[in-house]
Design a protein around this ligand. Structure first.
Ligand code: AMP
Ligand code: ZN
Length: 456
């Protein structure tokens, strides 16, 4: 197996620390709003990696955090806590906001066929672990205190910036355009922030340095250690984490116990809309419910993401989702047309299976894996073997190919036509199309945005 390791910037052979087990930490969501389809690409990637490792016989200990405190509106420790801001927006408590959006995230990942990580840990449940790690970093002489918190002095760590492609130590100095506040260097970051005098935060704790809350990066290093130890195999997140969050996590690990924490740091590329990064903070983003509202299955989106390599950017368009849906439904329909007999021969010495596995083992080359799937479906091999293999592949791809309730492509096409007719206020045509859809055994339901089709 080979993966592209951002630390070292090369494709490297995967050598696990233990023979048959993998320690894997995935940076989880900040739960102040719904996850958008960009965020969710990160967890589809996590899932593919997890399942590919399992396919290779590893027991994967997958840990994912929930950021429910400390992530500020400005990644560089200025601005407001995103959670407190979310609570104000919705006139709820921070704790309610965190619970609500954590549940919503869990629903999303379920719909995307993402296997739930074995450990899901909340930052607010591990405040003591974080305080202890800050104490260790302090004892090693890497911190200083300002009026608003305890900061990590990045100039003291010779490896600082090792994840970044073109980092040079001069970048530590504040240029004229960057306001340093009380910080000594631009790259210095908060380990612990003080509650502002006179301001009552909803989430705050006592610490040896004063009442306040942890910086954003310390939660992952502390919880990574708590669940996977000081050294584990894989750490993942979106590409935006390279320059700040993961760089700082790595710095904390180096400072507190002198190691790089994870051996392989893997990052997924961004999802763009109209060539701009989809961002939760903008408030304008596409969610799973938006896809469903237009009659898509979340798995159509999963298929769409598999067509592009995880490290590349993915420019989302509704047309591309349309083609993904159509391709996925074709696969489903072909599969449902195959014989029902059960094949029990296993996968050894099968050329399709071998090509599929080697595509995934080559830094998760999912577009190649989909091509192998297509070849297999179009091949003339015996129906029951074909069915068996497709379902084996789908254990990793997660496209729901064997699930019932297929809405055939022609029914979807009629749904789209009806949607157009409704837009043009041609109600006679739209009624005619509804009847046609019903004749084929399906019901079309109008949603706030778009439609949904259900089997009658
Ligand atoms: P957040 O909830 O903001 O902490 O982000 C959750 C995950 O989504 C992180 O791994 C981010 O790096 C990743 N992410 C954020 N925006 C995008 C995007 N537009 N495309 C892909 N991944 C993203
Ligand atoms: Zn993290």
């Amino acid at each position: 197996m080979e993966f592209y390791n951002t630390l070292g910037r090369s494709k490297q052979e995967f050598k696990p620390i233990k023979e048959k087990e993998v320690g894997f930490y995935a940076c989880g969501p900040t739960v102040y709003h719904y996850a958008h389809i960009g965020n969710l690409r990160s967890y589809i990637f996590m899932d593919l990696l997890n399942k590919t490792l399992e396919l290779n016989g590893f027991k994967v200990n997958l840990v994912m955090n929930i950021t429910d405190v400390g992530h500020l509106t400005d990644d560089a420790d200025d601005g407001e806590d995103k959670m407190e801001k979310g609570a104000r927006r919705e006139k709820k408590t921070v704790w309610d906001i965190a619970d609500y959006y954590t549940d919503a995230f869990m629903d999303d990942i379920k719909k995307l066929n993402i296997k739930k990580p074995g450990v899901i840990c909340k930052a607010t449940d591990h405040i003591d672990d974080q305080i202890n790690m800050v104490k260790e970093i302090e004892a090693k002489g890497f911190t200083y205190k300002t009026s608003d918190g305890v900061y990590f002095d990045t100039s003291r760590l010779k490896e600082y910036g090792e994840l970044m492609p073109n980092f040079n130590p001069g970048d530590l100095e504040g240029g004229k355009r960057v306001s340093l506040g009380d910080k000594k260097h631009v790259t210095d970051f908060a380990l612990w922030k003080f509650s502002k005098p006179g301001e009552k935060r909803q989430m705050e704790w006592d610490s040896p340095w004063g009442r306040g809350f942890p910086g954003w990066h310390i939660e992952c290093t502390a919880m990574g250690c708590a669940f996977l130890g000081k050294k584990f195999d894989i750490h993942t997140g979106g590409i935006d984490h390279i320059t700040v969050h993961h760089t700082n996590e790595l710095a904390q690990a180096r400072a507190s116990f002198g190691d790089k924490h994870a051996n392989y740091w893997l990052h997924n590329g961004h999802v763009l809309v109209n060539n701009e990064k989809m961002a939760k903070s903008s408030g304008k983003f596409i969610k799973i419910s938006d896809l469903e509202g237009k009659g898509f299955s979340p798995l159509d989106y999963r298929y769409l993401t598999l067509q592009t390599h995880y490290r590349k950017r993915l420019n989302f368009t509704w047309e591309s989702l349309e083609s993904a849906r159509s391709a996925r439904l074709k696969l489903k329909n072909k599969l449902s047309g195959l014989k029902q007999e059960v094949y029990e021969g296993g996968v050894s010495n099968n050329e399709y299976y071998d090509s599929f596995l080697s595509a995934l083992n080559d830094d998760l080359n999912t577009s190649k894996a989909l091509a192998v799937l297509q070849e297999l479906i179009d091949s003339s091999i015996e129906g029951s073997v074909k069915k068996f293999l497709v379902l084996e592949f789908d254990k990793v791809l997660g496209l729901g190919l064997g699930e019932e309730d297929v809405v055939p492509e022609d029914v979807y096409e009629l749904g789209l036509k009806r949607e157009k007719a409704r837009e043009l206020k041609n109600y006679e045509e739209s009624d005619k199309l509804r009847k046609e859809i019903r004749k084929l055994g399906f019901e079309i339901l109008d949603k706030k945005e778009g439609f949904e089709i259900k089997k009658l």
